[in-house]
Design a protein around this ligand. Sequence first.
Ligand SMILES: NC(=O)c1ccc[n+]([C@@H]2O[C@H](COP(=O)([O-])OP(=O)(O)OC[C@H]3O[C@@H](n4cnc5c(N)ncnc54)[C@H](OP(=O)(O)O)[C@@H]3O)[C@@H](O)[C@H]2O)c1
Length: 304
Amino acid sequence: MSTNIFKNVLLIGGTGDTGKHILSALLADPVFNVTVLSRHNSTAKFPSNAQVIKVDYSDKNALTKALTGQDVVISAVGGEGIDTNFGITLVEASIDAGVKWLIPSEFGGDYDDPFIDNIPVLASKPAIGKLLKENQSRIAHTFISPGIFLDWSFDNGFTGFDIANHTVTIYDEGKRRQSGTTLPNIAKAVVAILHHPEIALNKRIFIANTTFSQQETLDYFEKETGIKWTVKHASSIETIKNAAEQLAQGKVMDAFVNYIRSAIYGDNKMFLFEGRTNNKELGIPEIPLERIIKEAVQRQKISQ
Ligand SMILES: NC(=O)c1ccc[n+]([C@@H]2O[C@H](COP(=O)([O-])OP(=O)(O)OC[C@H]3O[C@@H](n4cnc5c(N)ncnc54)[C@H](OP(=O)(O)O)[C@@H]3O)[C@@H](O)[C@H]2O)c1
């Protein structure tokens, strides 16, 4: 393990879907002094051993004060927190506070890929990334790309697989490949990155437990559930057009889902990390897709 100069770590969004895994991995590591930052009006419940600061994020001075003394700030905010406004304010406040290293709330695909320009609902990510790159002499950054959240997306159907109803929407031929990681492995990678700043400072880090196609996923789901699934078909190009219309009509959530699926399943490599992961340096294992699907089906049965 490397000698670590980054000990004081502040996590934002520490009870969210991603943040709660990162928080428990950080709290389990004695190297780090961990603080969680939460919105002043948040009703989130924190583990009893977490040190929590609550701040009104619209008060930039208060935000800067809360960040002062921290070596690393990790943002795992979600919802409207990923909007450009909060992300930009966080970069500025972190610089003013003398934070050394900021990991913004990316946690998706390769947002340096030009295809991102087709996905307006993700526009905040490259905008915040650009600001961080412009200021890398003042604050270091790391962008973390875990691809699709595998466990999370199979549990909620976000990527088109509906386990409860045995239905799936297959985009185009269903043969394009995508990479993904489970939430505990994302948390493991975050902690490993903090231990190895030499591989992560001012870089994009890719991790993936597995890379697979929609058709392979469907085959494993059918095998595991013992049922022939109902397959709907969609074109990734039409889906992106529909997303644009939905966004124009103010149907933001529908647009969001369709844009993300177009990014994952369309003709681009934003979510394909084969041959470029940092798995080895960070100790992230390859996990057979079949095992991830088996576990997703078991969770679904328990939740019924
Ligand atoms: N690749 C994938 O498949 C995938 C899937 C899902 C999410 N993601 C990404 O992962 C990151 C985290 O997402 P998540 O789903 O884990 O987040 P989430 O659970 O929706 O929210 C995380 C936390 O953000 C804080 N928050 C909520 N609204 C906020 C606001 N308006 N302003 C500031 N903070 C706010 C809350 O913390 P407090 O209550 O403590 O303030 C909340 O617990 C995002 O960047 C998201 O885009 C990627």
